[in-house]
Design a protein around this ligand. Structure first.
Ligand code: GLY
Length: 370
C-alpha cells in the first residue's frame, strides 16, 4: 500500500472591478474587445422576460456586430423562477447551442438573473467566467456584487449555490429609470439595511433624498450605488466566504427570507426584508441594543421608502416561525440573529462573531406582536 500526498495549495486572485455609470452597454463591449474575461469569442447572454427587450437584446446585438458568437437565453421574470429547473433549462440550452468551456456568461438583469446565471457559470463545464450587468437597484445594492450565487428551493431561498466571483460588474443607473416604483422600494430595503448596520450618515442621506431616488436623480442614485458597494465590499473583502463578519449583511434576513418564502413570493425580496428589518430592530430593542427612537427611525424610513413594516395577515405565524429554521445562520438547531446597535452599527459577540443565539420563545413574541 502507498500514500500519495496531493498538494493543492492555492493562491487565488479573484479581484474585479465594479463600474458604476450610465448606459454602459458600449463600455461592456469595449472591455470585452480589450480582453475582459480572457479574450473569449463566445458569449451567452442570460436574462429574463422583462429585461430582454429593454437591455439584453441591445447587448446581444452589440456582441454579434463586434464579431462574437452570441446567443440569448431568456427565462420568465420572477423570484419563483430562480429554481434548479430554470438552471437546468439554461444549461441544456447552452449545450444544445454548442457552448462548451470556452464561453462566458453575461447576466443582464436583476438579482434573480445574476444569482442564477452566476450559479450556472460556476458549474457549467466545471466553471466558466461570467460578467454581471445589473439593471435594478436591488442587484446593484446586493445581489450582483459579492459573489453569492444560488437558486431557491421549495423549502427556502438561496439554499443551493456557490461563492463565485464575476469577472466584472456593471451597475447601469440609467436602467433604474424603467423600474416600477415597487422595484425601487425593494432595492431601497437592501440600501437601508446597509445604512442600519454600518453608516448613520448614509441613513440620514437616504432619508433626506428619498424622493430623488424614486425620481432616479443621477447624482443621488450615483451616491447610493457608491455607498452600497463601499459598505458591502468592506465586509466581503474581509470575509468572502462568510465565516463570521459577512453574516452582518444578513441583518433583517433571518425573518425577511422566511417571510418571502411563506408569502410564496407575493412579497418582493426587499418588501420581505423591510418586515425583517422591523422585526429585528424590535428584537435588538428588547435585548437593549436599540432604543424606542431607533425603532421609530427604522419604521419611518421604511415607510418613506413605501415598504411594509408589518407582517401581512395572510402570513401563517406558526409556519413563519418554523421557516426561521431554514436560515443558514442556524447552528446546532438554534436560531441565530444579527443585531443592530443603534443606527449604523451591529453588535459584536466576540472574535469574528456577529450573530447571537435567540430562544424561539423570544422570536415568537416579536413575530406575534407584528
Ligand atoms: N446578501 C448578503 C451577502 O451578500 O452576504
Amino acid at each position: 500500500m502507498s500514500i500519495f500526498n496531493v498538494e493543492l495549495k492555492k493562491v487565488i486572485d479573484d479581484s474585479y472591478e465594479i463600474e458604476i455609470g450610465y448606459e454602459l452597454q458600449k463600455k461592456l463591449i469595449a472591455d470585452i474587445n480589450a480582453g475582459l474575461g480572457g479574450n473569449i469569442k463566445k458569449y451567452v447572454v442570460v436574462t429574463d422576460s422583462n429585461v430582454k427587450p429593454l437591455y439584453a437584446d441591445k447587448i446581444l446585438e452589440l456582441l454579434i456586430s463586434n464579431g462574437y458568437k452570441a446567443d440569448l437565453i431568456v427565462f420568465p421574470a420572477g423570484e419563483e423562477n430562480k429554481t434548479r429547473k430554470t438552471k437546468e433549462y439554461v444549461e441544456d440550452t447552452m449545450l444544445e447551442l454548442g457552448y462548451r468551456r470556452d464561453c462566458c456568461i453575461i447576466a443582464v438583469g436583476g438579482g434573480v438573473v445574476t444569482d442564477l446565471a452566476g450559479f450556472v457559470a460556476g458549474t457549467f463545464g466545471r466553471g466558466i467566467p461570467f460578467i454581471n450587468y445589473a439593471t435594478t437597484l436591488l442587484a446593484a445594492a446586493d445581489a450582483s456584487v459579492g459573489g453569492k450565487t444560488a437558486v431557491d428551493t421549495p423549502l427556502a431561498t438561496n439554499l443551493i449555490g456557490l461563492f463565485n466571483q464575476p469577472e466584472k460588474v456593471y451597475i447601469d443607473i440609467a436602467t433604474w429609470k424603467t423600474l416600477p416604483a415597487r422595484q425601487i422600494s425593494s432595492g431601497l430595503a437592501e440600501t437601508i439595511k446597509h445604512a442600519c448596520m454600518a453608516d448613520r450618515k448614509f441613513f440620514d442621506y437616504i432619508n433626506d433624498n428619498m424622493q430623488a431616488v424614486f425620481d432616479v436623480d443621477d447624482e443621488v442614485c450615483g451616491h447610493i450605488a457608491q455607498e452600497n458597494c463601499s459598505i458591502k465590499y468592506k465586509v466581503v473583502m474581509k470575509d468572502e466566504l462568510e465565516s463570521g463578519l459577512r453574516e452582518i449583511l444578513n441583518l433583517g434576513h433571518t425573518v425577511g427570507r422566511a417571510i418571502e418564502t411563506v408569502s410564496e413570493y407575493i412579497l418582493l425580496h426587499g418588501e420581505a426584508l423591510a418586515i425583517g428589518l422591523m422585526a429585528e430592530v424590535k428584537l435588538a430593542k428588547k435585548l437593549g441594543y436599540c432604543t424606542d427612537l431607533d425603532e421609530t427611525l427604522v419604521q419611518d424610513i421604511l415607510e418613506k421608502a413605501k415598504l411594509p413594516t408589518k407582517i401581512p395577515d395572510y402570513i401563517d405565524r406558526e409556519k413563519l416561525l418554523k421557516k426561521l429554521y431554514t436560515d443558514k445562520k442556524v447552528k446546532n438547531g438554534a436560531l441565530r440573529f444579527v443585531l443592530q446597535k443603534g443606527i449604523g452599527d451591529v453588535v459584536s459577540f466576540g472574535d469574528n462573531l456577529y450573530a447571537k443565539e435567540i430562544p424561539e420563545s423570544v422570536a415568537r413574541e416579536i413575530i406575534m406582536s407584528m
